[in-house]
Ligand binder design. Structure first.
Ligand SMILES: Nc1nc2c(c(=O)[nH]1)N[C@H]1C(S)=C(S)[C@@H](COP(=O)(O)OP(=O)(O)OC[C@H]3O[C@@H](n4cnc5c(=O)[nH]c(N)nc54)[C@H](O)[C@@H]3O)O[C@H]1N2
Ligand SMILES: Nc1nc2c(c(=O)[nH]1)N[C@H]1C(S)=C(S)[C@@H](COP(=O)(O)OP(=O)(O)OC[C@H]3O[C@@H](n4cnc5c(=O)[nH]c(N)nc54)[C@H](O)[C@@H]3O)O[C@H]1N2
Ligand code: SF4
Ligand SMILES: [Mo]
Length: 787
């Protein structure tokens, strides 16, 4: 065994202070000496760390960071070093399963595909393709998504396709589109190496992108450390290092951001030349934020006025800024509106389109960017605009189908609506791939009921018997990372290739092969009678995708499997003009907002009402960025006498989502074996709860029982990590989403996991307490938090 550090107790490893460049540090964990290494990248978060898979006798025996990789310079975090163990887990799904007489029983691929194809054809004949829905992931590869997207749009002709990216980064896409005209992060991770100020809004980067945090820690340990602003109601590892930590009440990002914008504008240090030359809408913004003096912000958000002033002073005076935004914004109140205010900080100070200035409307999942790019979610491939007929015609030409085959009369159906249609019965077949909605969707009692409906055929394509598969009618065993080849793109547009290292277990098949097989059996054809899907291998699929991106902002035409395999990460656009990729977008101050180019014609931030093509033509921003303001709207559910506390939910460093992988990696599972409810010292005293006591948490929708963990959160708030469902049988109700609400952001349609009203009561002394403190490990939130 070779382990360069114990990443459970030493999450980020030794400091290698930045000097001129970010030094290389190769992290490795191998259980046996590999007989060879295979190039890949980590798929356990959006950071996109390059790694090599160690293989011995046809099995994965470990991983090692790639020293040459653009993203991580060799480093890996705890999930990257341990998560691969799940590939070898004995309980991988190895054969298809079909529900017969109420029980899932083993079946052949022929039998399983027959059931799916027969039902699909029947539905299309009786009800059209609108009876079929797909709910996919942010964890497959470009090749898988693109193929699925073409099947849905040009084969079946259904608008009902979305990804779990709706729960994850729909707001990232929406905020980028609203401000800059299209998806795509403007900056580059290298900005972290030189910037003077870093701001994290609703983003616990220390736990959630551990390797990006190592890059920041190395700046903090080096010369000219950057100042850090952290906006989070909890005292996270990230907040621990903050120069200024603003801890607002949940759901008050708009008041806080408006307060900051107001102070920046009042300080007179806006970049008026930039605003004039490259933006529209500044005066409206100014009018809205002028209503948010620090004292009013304090009254609504609880953030002390002097702290807000301190943060604003940093933002107003810096010449470089990297901002990151994530779920504390995206899954909360007025998600897109609040995320856009972060873009506005950059625009009004001209801090965009050059080194040291980056906005990360962060992704979470490793391949969420690609679900959005390929149109396997509620988008059109390669950032095309569903409302621009010219864009749809380009797709029709590319796929050689009639334009009206491709649904474009309205925006594609979002995930929350997909489940609603299934609930109402108009969707009769729901094909779920690489996501576990029975744990990750809000209001689980409702989701379980939908998945169990008699008149809904549920197909689950996964590598494990997760909570959703357990409710399915057909289960398809999937090959996963390490067992299939494909490409994916991390937050800063860096594309990696992940090569197949080992064979999948049993009869498990690559997702791409499953989708292609379905297309073949459904006999989808183009206008000339040729097969619609004209590719059979990952590389051919990638070539087809490249053709789709030609001339679009996310241009991949300069990449190839060979080129991706020679180096270690290329940033799109990569084409004839930029053969080695592009670190920064919008360097010339020209954004993708022209009528011809825009991915969206925009929305009203309060209501989500779409702006029509005609109205957009009239505004004609013509390459200028949009500065859009938004005023505060109170949340859908607020605490009252019956439910007096705010619930918020999120993550811990050791687990990924519903733990299908990390829960099977012994070291990670032992470090964080169970859910918990985090409450403040004040609330603990008020309810007579001690550390480790069992606490019942009840919302209007359900209840859970969790051991208490005290401290690190503002009074009146409780936090529960959402990782813990039921596949490893806890013997009690514990999934955070039993409690959450069915509400979503009007613009991005992202569900609001980050607030709900709950009540708590002590249910027993600490006997069931088995969280990681026993190991001397404090998951995520050790500190006291100030007002
Ligand atoms: N260890 C680990 N890493 C991961 C993942 C994982 O499951 N585990 N998942 C990946 C994925 S898919 C994602 S999307 C990302 C998510 O990464 P993050 O967004 O960093 O994770 P969360 O814990 O969901 O939420 C972040 C913070 O939002 C805060 N918050 C809650 N309400 C509010 C609010 O109203 N305002 C503000 N400002 N903050 C609020 C919470 O206290 C929490 O600390 O992580 C990625 N990385
Ligand atoms: N309360 C609350 N709920 C949340 C969140 C929150 O912060 N709070 N966060 C939301 C966010 S940001 C996210 S991203 C979602 C995540 O929620 P999910 O997507 O439901 O979570 P995962 O556990 O990652 O599910 C992925 C599934 O894909 C399978 N899988 C992995 N690789 C492959 C593959 O290559 N092929 C196939 N076919 N299957 C594969 C895994 O076994 C697993 O079952 O949860 C959301 N839900
Ligand atoms: S930071 Fe993300 S991509 Fe990098 S090793 Fe950790 S989980 Fe993997
Ligand atoms: Mo996510």
């Amino acid at each position: 065994m070779e382990e360069t550090r114990n990443s459970i107790t030493d999450i980020w490893g030794e400091r290698t202070p930045y000097k001129g460049d970010w030094p290389v540090r190769v992290d490795q964990r191998t259980l046996e000496e590999p007989d060879h290494w295979v190039q890949s990248a980590c798929v356990l978060c959006s950071a996109g760390c390059g790694l090599d898979i160690g293989v011995k006798n046809g099995r994965i025996v470990g991983v090692r960071g790639r020293a040459v990789d653009a993203v991580n310079h060799g480093r890996l975090g705890p999930k990257g070093l341990h998560g691969w163990v799940a590939n070898n887990s004995p309980d991988r799904l190895k054969t298809p399963l079909i529900r017969r007489n109420g029980k899932l029983t083993a079946a052949s691929w022929d039998e399983a595909m027959d059931v799916i194809v027969k039902k699909s054809k029947e539905i299309i004949e009786k009800h059209t393709g609108l009876g079929i829905g797909f709910y996919t992931s942010g964890q497959l590869f470009i090749e898988d998504y693109y193929t699925l997207g073409v099947i849905g749009k040009a084969g079946i002709g259904t608008p009902h396709m979305d990804g779990n990216t709706r729960l994850c980064t729909a707001t990232s896409a929406a905020a980028l589109k609203v401000s800059f005209g299209s998806d795509g992060q403007p900056g580059s991770y290298t900005d972290l190496d030189t910037t003077d100020v870093i701001m994290h809004v609703g983003h616990n980067i220390a736990s959630q992108q551990t390797v990006l945090w190592m890059r920041i820690l190395d700046r903090l340990a080096g010369p000219n450390p950057p100042k850090l602003i952290v906006i989070d109601p909890r005292a996270t590892y990230t907040a621990e290092k903050a120069t200024v930590h603003l801890a607002p009440r949940v759901g008050t990002n708009i008041p806080v951001m408006n307060g900051l914008l107001n102070l920046i504008i009042q300080s007179g240090r806006t970049d008026n030349g930039y605003i004039e030359a490259h933006t529209v809408g500044f005066e409206e913004l100014k009018a809205i934020v002028s209503k948010w003096p620090p004292e009013r912000v304090e009254a609504i958000s609880g953030v002390p006025a002097d702290k807000l002033r301190a943060a604003a002073e940093i933002l107003a005076s810096t010449n470089t800024l990297v901002s990151t935004v994530l779920q504390g914004v995206y899954q909360s109140m007025q998600a897109t509106a609040a995320a856009v205010q972060v873009n506005n900080v950059h625009l009004i100070r001209g801090l965009i389109g050059r080194p040291g200035c980056g906005i990360y409307q962060m992704n979470g999942q490793p391949t969420a960017q690609n679900t959005r790019e390929t149109g396997a979610d509620g988008d059109m491939p390669a950032f095309r605009n569903w409302d621009n007929r010219e864009h749809i015609q380009q797709l029709a030409d590319l796929w050689n189908v009639d334009i009206d085959t491709i649904p474009h009369w309205a925006p594609p159906t979002h995930a929350m609506q997909l489940f609603r249609y299934a609930e109402q019965g108009s969707i009769k077949l729901l094909w779920i791939s690489a996501t576990n909605p029975a744990v990750s969707m809000p209001d689980l009692a409702r989701i379980r009921k939908i998945l169990q409906k008699e008149d809904l055929l549920v197909i689950v394509q996964d590598c494990f018997m997760n909570e959703t598969a357990a409710l399915a009618d057909v289960v398809l065993p999937a090959a996963i990372w390490g067992e299939k080849t494909g490409t994916f793109t991390c937050v800063d547009r860096t594309v990696h290739i992940s090569h197949k290292a080992v064979e999948p277990p049993g009869e498990a098949r690559a997702d791409l092969d499953i989708f292609i097989e379905y297309a073949r059996r459904m006999d989808f054809r183009d206008k000339d009678g040729a097969p619609l899907i004209k590719w059979n291998s990952p590389e051919e699929a990638f070539e087809a995708w490249k053709a789709c991106t030609k001339g679009r902002p996310c241009d991949y035409t300069g990449m190839s499997y060979a080129k991706l395999s020679e180096g270690s990460g290329i940033q799109w656009p990569c084409n004839e003009q930029y053969p080695n990729g592009t670190p920064h977008l919008y360097c010339d101050g020209v954004f993708n907002t022209s009528f011809e180019n825009a991915e969206t014609f925009g929305y009203d931030l309060d209501t989500g009402a779409a702006i029509t093509a005609e109205a957009y033509k009239a505004i004609n921003p013509n390459g200028k960025a949009f500065i859009k303001g938004a005023d505060y709207i109170p949340p859908a559910e607020e605490p009252n006498d019956d439910y007096p506390l705010w619930l918020t939910t999120g993550r811990v460093v050791y687990h990924f989502h519903t733990r299908t992988k990390t829960g099977r990696a012994k070291a990670l599972q032992e470090a964080a074996p169970d859910a918990y409810v985090q409450i403040s010292e004040a609330d603990a005293a008020r309810y007579g709860i001690a550390e480790g006591d069992m606490v019942e948490v009840v919302s209007r929708r359900g209840k859970v029982l969790e051991p208490a963990r005290i401290g690190g959160i503002i009074p009146g708030h409780v936090f529960i990590p959402f990782h813990y469902g039921y596949w490893d049988d806890p013997g009690r109700s514990r999934a955070a989403n039993e409690l959450t609400i069915t509400e979503w952001d009007p613009v991005s349609k992202q569900p609001q996991f980050k607030y709900a009203a709950v009540k708590i009561s002590k249910a027993g002394e600490g006997v069931l307490h088995k969280i990681g403190t026993a190991l001397g490990i404090v998951n995520d939130q050790p500190q006291k938090v100030e007002g």
